[in-house]
Write a protein that binds this ligand. Structure first.
Ligand code: 5GP
Length: 207
């Protein structure tokens, strides 16, 4: 048969859309998928474990890694840096594993430029009203901050054309969202264009 390379999947979406929950569900249902662990200069939040949630780095160390070409992509969000360490991702892909990056839009675009075979998925909330409810229920922000986040979310949604697919994350339907992504993966893995050369070679050898 044809040996298939791993798929590089990028999942983004506005804050509160639930991309983290959807990715967790996806990993739960598909333990072979690899979720990339990002590096960041932001401080750990309560309960976050170094090397699991993120690799928590100093700014100096982060900049050193940029200099060494150690990131597949990186972005500055407010005053902190976030980046995807290149080594593990490339290794997983070579081994044939599917890799998921849960990153924001600037990073997603860099990945697509560097690695056009990557598949970009945008997770959408059911509505802005629902997004507002979710952000408000966290109780960590003032109403003004919530409203600011909503306009930022809308600005992000307007850039949906940079993505290959969208998935709605409806309330209590995380599993459905994860299944939608699984279906995207199946379709992508069967794209003729991806395996054109391998398919021709296989049949040529039989001639
Ligand atoms: P948080 O600080 O809430 O964990 O993450 C803030 C934002 O950074 C989220 O949108 C998250 O998806 C994004 N993010 C996390 N890791 C990376 C990364 O490696 N690269 C980029 N570009 N964004 C990331």
């Amino acid at each position: 048969m044809i040996k298939k390379k791993g798929l590089l999947l990028v999942v983004s979406g506005p804050s509160g859309a639930g991309k983290g929950t959807v990715c967790k569900e996806l990993i739960k249902r598909n333990p072979d998928f690899k979720l990339s662990v990002s590096a960041t200069t932001r401080a750990p939040r309560e309960g976050e474990v170094d090397g699991e949630s993120y690799f928590f780095l100093t700014r100096e160390k982060f900049k050193e890694m940029i200099g060494q070409g150690g990131f597949l992509e990186y972005a500055q969000i407010y005053s902190n840096f976030y980046g995807t360490p290149k080594g593990p991702v490339m290794k997983y892909l070579e081994e044939g594993s599917d890799v998921i990056l849960e990153i924001e839009m600037q990073g997603a675009r860099q990945v697509k430029d560097m690695y056009p075979e990557a598949v970009l998925i945008f997770v959408l909330p059911p509505s802005l009203e629902e997004l507002k409810k979710r952000l408000t229920s966290r109780g960590t922000e003032t109403e003004e901050q919530v409203n600011e986040r909503l306009s930022t979310s809308f600005e992000e949604i307007k850039q949906i054309k940079d993505y290959d697919y969208f998935v709605f994350n409806e309330n209590n339907k995380t599993t459905e969202a994860a299944i939608a992504i699984e279906n995207i993966i199946v379709a992508e893995k069967n794209k003729a264009r991806r395996y054109e050369n391998a398919i021709i070679k296989k049949f040529e050898e039989e001639l």
